[in-house]
Design a protein around this ligand. Structure first.
Ligand code: FMN
Length: 293
């Protein structure tokens, strides 16, 4: 290139500087910068005449649109499971600063939960519940959050399934929410105890009749010979309770996980994420500390 141009010395600039394109104006400005490069170098007067132009000159009708869909320029989305190590995404949406965090983690959770609702996420109240046996063997599964306040986070389940058995042995549990589109995770650690019978009754009554009958039909987490056996049990219960109110099974109800620590995680650029950890200092007080990503 130097020979053709009659120049000497280094042709390409040393190194490079990469930046994420954040929005349409940023995209348009970058396009314009690239188009003006041959003009600035004195090679052509008009950017359109530059024969090696890889982009269109910005004109309202022809300007390429920046894709803002997930999996767009910020995400690497391989198609094969064997390429999983290449599946990564840069987190750039938001930050979480101590100054902006509510002093009370329940209120901070409310804010983020309302933002998850507003973002129309798929089942924003789905959370992973981790429990452990008395011997320390962990297990985890997804359950639905059905209420939260200063006292804790409530979910409903069968008291005799695996999680119920483990919580009886060891009341420590962890709840994890992952709101991917918002690049957020919330981790709640505490101890779970059963809600009152009245509270469980009230929620049970709000469930559809089919769900109420299924609560009776399932011995949660135990083996069953086949699906037919479960459906037969359900049909038997439908007959048994025909025209009658379905009472709550004594082995089914709610737990409230009372938090001791709540961590809010916000994904950030270059994996330098924000993590704020609230720890209960007793009597309703909370400390806030930052964790390294
Ligand atoms: C999105 C989603 C929501 C769920 N919600 C509940 C729930 O609220 N309560 C429940 O007992 N199981 C729920 N499950 C099923 C549990 O993940 C699990 O299979 C079941 O509770 C048995 O768990 P265990 O054997 O560890 O006790 C849900 C599963 C999914 C995928």
């Amino acid at each position: 290139a130097n020979r053709i141009l009659g120049k000497r010395g280094q042709f390409w600039q040393e190194d490079y500087f990469d930046r994420y394109i954040r929005d349409q104006p940023h995209f348009d400005a970058t396009l314009e910068y690239i188009n003006q490069n041959p003009v600035k170098a004195g090679l052509y007067r008009n950017p359109q005449d530059w024969p090696f132009r890889g982009t269109t000159t910005p004109e309202p009708s022809t300007t390429p649109r920046l894709s803002t869909t997930p999996g767009g320029p910020r995400a690497s989305r391989p198609q094969k499971a064997s390429d999983v190590s290449n599946l990564r995404k840069e987190y750039i949406r938001d930050g979480l600063k101590e100054d902006d965090a509510h002093p009370n983690p329940i209120e901070q959770f409310r804010k983020w939960f309302e933002e998850a609702l507003a973002a129309n996420l798929h089942e924003p109240n789905a959370m992973t519940l981790a429990t452990a046996s008395s011997g320390g063997k962990p297990s985890a599964r997804v359950v639905l959050l059905k209420g939260f306040d200063e006292r804790g986070f409530v979910f409903y389940t069968n008291y005799e399934g695996r999680k119920g058995r483990e919580l009886k042995e060891n009341s420590y549990c962890t709840l994890v929410f992952y709101w991917g589109e918002l690049e957020r995770q919330v981790r709640i650690e505490g101890r779970a105890s059963r809600v009152s019978a009245e509270e469980s009754d009230e929620y049970y009554r709000s469930r559809p009749r089919g769900s109420r009958l299924s609560a009776w039909a399932s011995e949660q987490s135990r083996l069953v010979a086949g699906r037919g056996a479960l459906e037969e049990r359900l049909r038997g219960l439908e007959d048994e309770y025909e025209g009658r109110e379905v009472p709550r099974p004594p082995f089914w109800g709610g737990y409230r996980a009372e938090p001791e620590a709540i961590e809010f995680w916000q994904g950030r650029e270059n994996r330098l994420h924000d993590r704020l950890l609230y720890r209960s200092s007793g009597g309703g007080g909370w400390s806030i500390e930052r964790l390294q990503p």
